[in-house]
Design a protein around this ligand. Structure first.
Ligand code: ATP
Ligand code: MG
Length: 558
C-alpha cells in the first residue's frame, strides 16, 4: 500500500531516474545541471528548473552543476553571471561544480576537427539566403549544399583558417553532414560553428569562431558526465541531434536529454528577451523591479526562497503546455509569511481621529501581540495618543446595515487599545471628511469590553504624534491580460498603467528600525517589506501581497 503511494507521487523524471538506478545505468550516478545563458537575470521559470535539477541531485544523493552556457559573445556579460550565482544560492541551492561552456572551447574545437576527419562535417559557404532556400520546408526536403563534398583535407584547412580569423563574420559555417531530406529539420546538416569576431567576456579575443548551441550543449553535458539533461519542450526536436553528436563522437558519457514543459504564469511574460525590453525601454525600474517575474524582482517584492520552492513544488512538472495562475504564487508567499511575518499596524490612507476626552499630551504604551499564530514571536508596545489615524476605508458617513466599522454615533474597538465612539465629523470646504471627533471609554483599555457590551468591529490605528510616515509602493499585475505575449498586439501595449501606485502612509513607530528586506504583516492590509531604497529619513515599503486575493473576489462577482 505504502509502496504504491510512493510510486504514484513520483513525477515522470523521477520515474526515469529510479528506473535508471534500478538498472545500474550511469554507474548508478545522478548528475544534473542548470545551464543558464548569462544574457539576463533569472526568472521564476529558471527557478523551477533550479528547484528541479538541484532537488533531484539532493534527493538521489547526486551532483548538481551550474554551467554558464556562454557561447554567444554578443549578449553575455559578467553582471549576469554574478546575478545568476546570487539567485541560485538565494533559492537555497549549492552547486557541486561551476563550469562554463567556454572552458571547453578548445575541446569543442577538437571535437569539431574529429567530426571533419570522420567525414561528418563540412565547411559551407552558402549565404544565409541560399541556406534558407536549400533548407527546404516541413513538407519538402532540403537540397545538399554544393560544398558538401569538399575533401576532408580542404575542410580541415578551411576550418583552421576560420579559427585563425582569416574570414569575415558569416562567410563560412561548419555544418554537420547528416541528411538534407530528414523530416527532422534539425537533421538537415545543422550548423555547428560560426564565425564571430567578437570579444568574449571570459576568453577575450582568443576565438574567432563560436560553437552553436546544439553542438556545445550536448558535448558540455557529456564532458561533465551529466546523466540526466533536463530542458524545456521546444528542445524535443533537437534530441536526435543531441544524441547524434555524442554518439558519432563516441563520447565517454552519454547523457539522456529529458524534456518538460516551460513554466508560464498569467499576467506576465517569461522570456529574458522580453524582460530585457521592459528594462531597456524603462517600462520598469530594472531587472529587480518588484513587478518583474525575475528572481531578483520577487526577492525585492518580499518573496522568500521557501515560498518560491513551495510554488515550484506545487506546480509540478509535466509534458503538457500550461499556464499557471499567478494567484498560486501569491498563495505560496501568503502561506509562508503568515508563519513568519511579525504583525504591525500601519495606516495606508490616513484619516485623522481626535479623542476629545483623552488627556492632552498623554502617551500610553499599550501591549500588542507580534504574531497571534506564534506565541514565541512575543509582544511589543504601541503608543496611544489623543490624535490618531485610522484607515479612510474604515469610516462611512452613511453606513449600510452590515457595517461594523466606524460611522457617526457607532462604537468600534481600536486594536489593542480602547473602544471609541464617533461623535462628530469635520469636513473641508469640498465636503470631504477630514477629521473625526470621537470619545473613548477608559474602562475598555486593551480593547476589552468593560461590561459585556458587544463591539463587533475592530480596526487598526496609528498614533498621529508618535507614528512615522513612510512611502508605500502598491503593486498590481504588470499586464492587463493573462497572456500578454500570445496575441496580435505588442505585449508592451498591454502593460497595466496602474501597476505601481505610490502612497504616503503612517506606521507604528516600531518600524523605524526595520531593515531592507524585512517583512511584516500590516494587520488587515497585507504583507509588506522594506525596500532597498528605504532610508532613515524616507522609509519605503513594498506591498508583497494583500491578505486576500482581491482578484479572485472580483472574478467571483462577475
Ligand atoms: P528565456 O526563453 O527566458 O530566455 P532560456 O531557455 O533561453 O529562457 P536559459 O538561460 O537558456 O534561458 O535557460 C537555462 C535553463 O532554464 C534551461 O535549462 C531552460 O530549459 C530552463 N528554463 C528557462 N525558462 C524556463 C521556464 N519558463 N520553465 C522552466 N524552465 C525554464
Ligand atoms: Mg536559451
Amino acid at each position: 500500500m505504502e509502496e504504491t503511494e510512493e510510486i504514484k507521487s513520483l513525477n515522470f523524471i523521477e520515474q526515469i531516474i529510479e528506473k535508471d538506478l534500478a538498472e545500474g545505468k550511469n554507474e548508478k550516478r545522478v548528475h544534473t545541471r542548470f545551464p543558464p545563458e548569462p544574457n539576463g537575470y533569472l526568472h521564476i521559470g529558471h527557478a523551477k528548473s533550479i528547484c528541479l535539477n538541484g532537488g533531484l541531485a539532493k534527493k538521489y544523493n547526486g551532483k548538481f552543476n551550474l554551467r554558464f552556457d556562454d557561447t554567444n559573445p554578443e549578449t553575455e556579460d559578467e553582471e549576469y553571471v554574478n546575478s545568476i550565482r546570487n539567485d541560485v544560492k538565494w533559492l537555497g541551492f549549492q552547486w557541486d561544480g561551476e563550469y562554463n561552456a567556454s572552458d571547453y572551447f578548445q575541446q569543442l574545437y577538437d571535437y569539431a576537427v574529429q567530426l571533419i576527419k570522420l567525414n561528418k562535417a563540412f565547411v559551407c559557404e552558402l549565404t544565409a539566403e541560399q541556406m534558407r532556400e536549400y533548407h527546404g520546408t516541413a513538407v519538402t526536403p532540403g537540397k545538399d549544399s554544393p560544398y558538401r563534398n569538399r575533401s576532408v583535407e580542404e575542410n580541415l584547412a578551411l576550418f583552421e583558417r576560420m579559427k585563425n580569423g582569416e574570414f569575415p563574420d558569416g562567410k563560412y559555417l561548419l555544418r554537420a553532414k547528416i541528411d538534407m531530406a530528414s523530416p527532422n529539420m534539425h537533421f538537415r546538416d545543422p550548423a555547428l560553428y560560426r564565425i564571430r569576431k567578437k570579444h568574449h567576456y571570459r576568453t577575450g579575443d582568443k576565438w574567432n569562431i563560436y560553437p552553436m548551441y546544439d553542438f556545445a550543449h550536448g558535448l558540455s553535458d557529456a564532458i561533465e558526465g551529466i546523466t540526466h539533461s533536463i530542458c524545456t519542450l521546444e528542445f524535443e526536436v533537437h534530441r536526435p541531434l543531441y544524441e547524434w553528436i555524442n554518439n558519432t563522437l563516441n563520447t565517454t558519457y552519454r547523457p539522456q536529454q529529458i524534456e518538460m514543459s516551460r513554466l508560464n504564469i498569467t499576467y506576465t511574460v517569461m522570456s529574458k528577451r522580453k524582460l530585457m525590453q521592459l528594462v531597456n525601454e524603462k517600462h520598469v525600474s530594472g531587472w529587480d523591479d518588484p513587478r518583474m517575474p525575475t528572481v531578483s524582482g520577487l526577492r525585492r517584492r518580499g518573496y522568500t526562497p521557501e515560498a518560491i520552492r513551495d510554488f515550484c513544488e506545487r506546480v509540478g512538472i509535466s509534458k503538457r503546455e500550461n499556464l499557471i495562475d499567478v494567484s498560486l504564487l501569491e498563495f505560496s508567499i501568503r502561506e509562508d509569511l503568515n508563519k513568519k511575518a511579525p504583525r504591525v499596524m500601519g495606516v495606508l490612507n490616513p484619516l485623522k481621529v481626535v479623542i476629545t476626552n483623552y488627556p492632552e499630551g498623554q502617551v500610553e504604551e499599550l501591549e500588542a501581540v507580534n504574531n497571534p499564530e506564534d506565541e514565541s514571536a512575543g509582544k511589543r508596545m504601541v503608543p496611544f495618543t489623543k490624535e490618531l489615524y485610522i484607515e479612510q476605508e474604515d469610516f462611512l458617513e452613511v453606513p449600510s446595515k452590515k457595517w461594523f466599522r466606524l460611522a457617526p454615533g457607532t462604537e468600534v474597538r481600536l486594536r489593542y487599545a480602547y473602544f471609541i465612539t464617533c461623535q462628530e465629523i469635520i469636513k473641508d470646504s469640498e465636503g470631504k471628511v477630514v477629521e473625526l471627533r470621537c470619545t473613548y471609554d477608559p474602562a475598555s483599555r486593551g480593547g476589552n469590553s468593560p461590561d459585556g457590551r458587544k463591539v463587533k468591529g475592530t480596526i487598526h490605528w496609528v498614533s498621529a504624534i508618535k507614528g512615522i510616515s513612510a512611502e508605500i509602493r502598491l503593486y498590481d499585475r504588470l499586464f492587463t491580460t493573462e497572456t500578454p505575449d500570445k496575441g496580435d498586439v505588442d505585449f508592451k501595449e498591454l502593460i497595466n498603467p496602474n501597476s505601481l501606485q505610490v502612497i504616503k502612509s503612517v506606521l507604528e513607530p516600531s518600524l523605524a528600525i526595520a531593515k531592507a528586506g524585512e517583512s511584516f504583516q500590516f494587520e488587515r492590509m497585507g504583507y509588506f517589506c522594506v525596500d532597498k531604497d528605504s532610508t532613515e529619513k524616507n522609509l519605503v515599503f513594498n506591498r508583497t501581497v494583500s491578505l486576500k486575493d482581491t482578484w479572485a473576489k472580483i472574478a467571483d462577482k462577475n
